[in-house]
Ligand binder design. Structure first.
Ligand code: B12
Ligand code: SF4
Length: 640
């Protein structure tokens, strides 16, 4: 075997990165296979699969910061167990964190920035990495990186959603905007630095050909996975959609339904009309901030009223919307959050999917937070310090209610329900979906109202201090779980109702594709906790968050100059990292250095995995944690 690619594999979800790389290897006459990336819990199985196939190159697709620790634990243990080939890592996060990956004790030989096709073919042919594009090794840089281009992938078969053929599309790359917290903006900047454009979109004719060809094979439901497909200016976006519609008509493409994520401030009445006519069934609306203060704080250039306006315009045209909000993060002030919560109160028609602001490597937000000393450790396991203690206390409430962030939350269930409902409405108008539509509206209203209630209570308690917050958490935990579980059940039942209605129309048993639920499950397998307590329900491994003293207080420093971050000489003590209902216990010494890790209730980890993790953390220290006995996960499930 020439190349084994280790990457995310999920039912009915296409991995275009792997398809592009395998296509290039195939064209070059090289053999390849895919080994599903399964996080910590799957390290043994993944290594066994590599050792069985003995590839010349083992390539790991590192797309998300969430999977970085597990991916690098895998590469290190792979080498220790005797793999002698080249270990290469590429993908979105590899592009942004090459230095950290090479600096970690993770046995990675080559990091490939941006497009990986040429570099991977070269590595598989045994070429010197430094003669290939985009490569980074400990000895230096190779040739200039090549920007990633959107291109068609070869599909052996289509996915299925409610009996309709389904396909995932990636028709553009990058984004012309540059929101401060967004890692897509960071990769777009890297692309520009490599001589490419921040944003490239395939030709309308090319996109129409691809959709027409898929429609000929039976596809009707299309999931656009692009970061930002539409032009930023509303008039340009309308003109582009009109062209696409006419190109599809020329090719006699039948009625289709699609899902898209889009910026709120591009949505005008004309654009909403154009999208609805083309078949937009579900929209994930990137709003992020509902007040000018919050938009400024996270570094997004958009008018605050655009969010709610977009939801109203699209909902009026039958498009089911999900709205996101970034609310807590290390640099955000209490007053900004208070105003933002009142902004959220205006959103009535779409569930608000709350997310904490992550300081992703490579972003302006990350640089800003790091410069203020708010990130301890490094990208493998970052710990955020909060500039504003009250903001931290609010985030503590959210992370202490697992159904709000850590687990599959109600907006994620509604995201899946919207895809089923929207596709049924668009492609099978005779299907009786009345009750499911009522459920969507009722669950949305109940979720938004309760989310606001808890946020307002958190704000009030945060003003009173730590004790009030602890009381609030204690009094809310049982109620919130029961409340959210009941809403999740209603969403799941509505999904089954749609499946039933569609099965009658399709005259066979059909299933809805629940992407949010599948991804939630996938993310769980990334968890460090999953490594420690197999068989138990785990949550995503999470940067713990700790409150901080005022920002102009002197920051603690690392005793060992070889380690990152700062140090306070505290006694060695046990630090428990509670992640959902599974605890990983880290022993942190006087200098904030992790010296031992055990699993749930002190259970031992497999020794080579524990040693591997300790080595990966060897370059970090967590001085703020050295003196504390608590930790806060920011577990959350994203939508993709
Ligand atoms: C499609 C997609 C998915 C798909 C497929 C994932 C995949 N391809 O690995 C699914 C739905 C499974 C998915 C899941 C998730 N995703 Co996703 N995903 C994307 C998306 C929108 C497009 C990726 C894509 O297919 N691009 C097209 C291909 C052709 O380009 P490419 O991926 O860059 O690949 C090229 C190069 O990077 C390189 N390359 C890639 N892999 C490798 C490997 C080697 C060895 C080499 C040499 C080169 C190489 O060569 C490729 C060809 O040129 C990106 C956004 C983005 N701009 O990348 C988000 C993105 C990567 N996802 C993201 C997130 C957060 C997630 C989830 C955590 C979401 C969730 N849980 O709900 C999960 C995590 C799953 C996991 N365990 O890692 C974030 C990551 C943020 C971050 N910095 O961490 C992104 C950036 C979206 C965003 N804007 O926030 N995702
Ligand atoms: S958040 Fe959206 S609009 Fe902003 S840079 Fe990222 S992809 Fe572009």
């Amino acid at each position: 075997m020439d190349v084994a690619l280790v990457a995310v594999v999920a039912p009915n979800i296409e991995n275009h990165s792997i398809a592009a790389l395998r296509g290039a290897l195939d064209d070059a006459g090289l053999s390849s296979c895919v080994i599903p990336f399964e996080g910590f819990g799957g390290i043994d199985a993944m290594i066994a699969a590599v050792m069985r196939t003995r590839p010349r190159v083992c390539g790991v697709s590192l797309q998300t910061t969430e999977s970085m620790l597990a991916a690098l634990a895998f590469t290190r243990v792979l080498r220790e167990r005797g793999y002698e080939g080249t270990i290469a890592v590429g993908g979105h996060v590899a592009t942004l964190a090459a230095d950290e990956i090479l600096a970690a004790n993770a046995c990675v030989d080559v990091v490939v920035e941006l497009a990986g096709e040429d570099a991977l073919v070269g590595l598989a042919r045994g070429r010197d990495p430094l003669t290939l594009p985009g490569t980074r090794t400990r000895d230096g840089r190779g040739l200039a990186a090549i920007p990633v281009a959107p291109r068609a992938i070869r599909r052996e078969r289509l996915g299925d959603h409610l009996g309709f053929g389904a396909a995932d599309l990636v028709m553009s790359r990058g984004c012309a905007a540059s929101c401060g917290y967004c890692c897509v903006a960071a990769v777009s900047a890297a692309t520009e630095a490599a001589g490419g454009k921040r944003h490239v979109r395939s030709d309308v004719a090319w996109i129409a050909d691809e959709i027409a060809e898929l429609a000929r094979r039976g596809a009707r439901a299309f999931h656009f996975m692009d970061d930002n497909l539409l032009p930023l200016a509303p008039a340009d976006a309308v003109a582009w959609l009109v062209q696409l519609r006419s190109a599809l008509q020329q090719r006699r493409v039948p009625r289709i339904a699609f899902s898209l994520q889009l910026r709120a401030d591009v949505v005008t009445a004309a654009l909403a009309d154009a999208l609805a006519e083309l078949g937009l069934a579900r929209a994930y609306i990137g709003i992020d901030g509902y007040t000018q203060g919050q938009l400024r704080a996270i570094g997004r250039n958009a008018p605050a009223p655009a969010g709610n306006m977009a939801v109203e315009l699209l909902t009026a045209r039958g498009v089911l919307c999900i709205a996101n909000a970034l609310i807590v993060g290390p640099t955000i002030r209490y007053e900004t959050i208070v105003a933002e919560i009142e902004g959220l109160a205006a959103v009535q028609l779409a569930p608000v999917h709350l997310l904490p602001i992550e300081a992703r490597p490579g972003t302006v937000y990350h640089r800003r937070a790091a410069a203020r000393g708010l990130i301890e450790g490094g990208p493998l396991w970052p710990v955020y310090r909060f500039e504003d203690e009250r903001a931290f206390l609010i985030s503590h409430v959210l992370t202490s209610l697992p159904t709000r962030l850590a687990e599959r939350s109600v907006p994620i269930a509604l995201y899946d329900l919207a895809w089923a409902l929207g596709v049924a409405n668009r492609l099978a108008p005779t299907a009786d979906t009345t009750r499911a539509a009522e459920t969507y509206a009722a669950v949305t209203a109940a979720w938004n109202a309760d989310q606001l209630r808890v946020l307002r209570a958190a704000v009030a308690a945060a003003a009173r201090g730590r004790e009030a917050i602890d009381e609030l958490i204690l009094s809310e935990q049982g109620f919130v779980r029961a409340h959210d579980d009941a809403l999740l059940r209603r969403c799941d039942e509505a999904l089954v109702e749609i499946e039933r209605a569609m099965s009658a129309i399709q005259r066979r048993d059909v299933k809805a594709h629940a992407r949010g639920r599948i991804l939630g499950g996938l993310a769980f397998t990334m968890s460090l906790a999953a490594a420690c307590s197999p068989g138990r329900k785990a949550t995503i491994d999470a940067p713990m968050m700790v409150p901080d003293a005022a920002i102009d207080a002197p920051l603690p420093a690392c005793a060992d100059p070889a380690r990152m971050s700062q140090s306070i000489p505290y006694q060695q003590e046990q630090q428990t990292c509670a992640c959902g209902d599974v605890n990983v216990t880290a022993t942190i010494d006087a200098n904030g250095v992790i010296t031992a890790l055990t699993g749930d209730q002190g259970a031992a980890l497999p020794p080579d995995i524990e040693r591997c993790l300790l080595d990966l953390f060897a370059g970090y220290c967590y001085p703020t944690l050295a003196g504390m006995t608590y930790a806060f996960p920011t577990c959350h499930v994203w939508i993709a």
